[in-house]
Design a protein around this ligand. Structure first.
Ligand SMILES: [Zn+2]
Length: 102
């Protein structure tokens, strides 16, 4: 191995070690964060409608057809302190009690 490549490989090794250290430090700090969440933001996963073109020929002909738009509910929230973003597709029901005048 030439000196030039030895130096380049060492630079990558050192940078990888620094990245690993920084990621560990960040992960530890995020675990210790008291998290202050923003209000949930609706951010659905969307697959737009599309058309599958016609294909084949003769007795094997498949006409073009439309595939509808698909939206899956999803919410995100972001910690205003550390920047952690959480996402969920889960919901729970909340029962609310109100005065019942008769
Ligand atoms: Zn946080």
């Amino acid at each position: 191995m030439t000196e030039e490549f030895r130096k380049l490989r060492q630079t990558v090794t050192d940078a990888q070690a620094a990245l690993d250290r920084a990621q560990r430090d960040l992960d530890r700090a995020v675990r210790m964060c008291p998290h202050q969440w923003t209000a949930p933001k609706y951010a659905p996963t969307v697959r737009e409608a599309y058309t599958v073109p016609a294909s084949g020929g003769g007795s094997d002909y498949q006409p073009a057809f439309q595939v509808g738009r698909e939206e899956k509910p999803r919410w995100t929230r972001t910690c205003t302190v550390c920047g952690l973003v959480e996402e969920t597709t889960q919901v729970r029901s909340v029962t609310k009690e109100v005065p019942n005048f008769r």
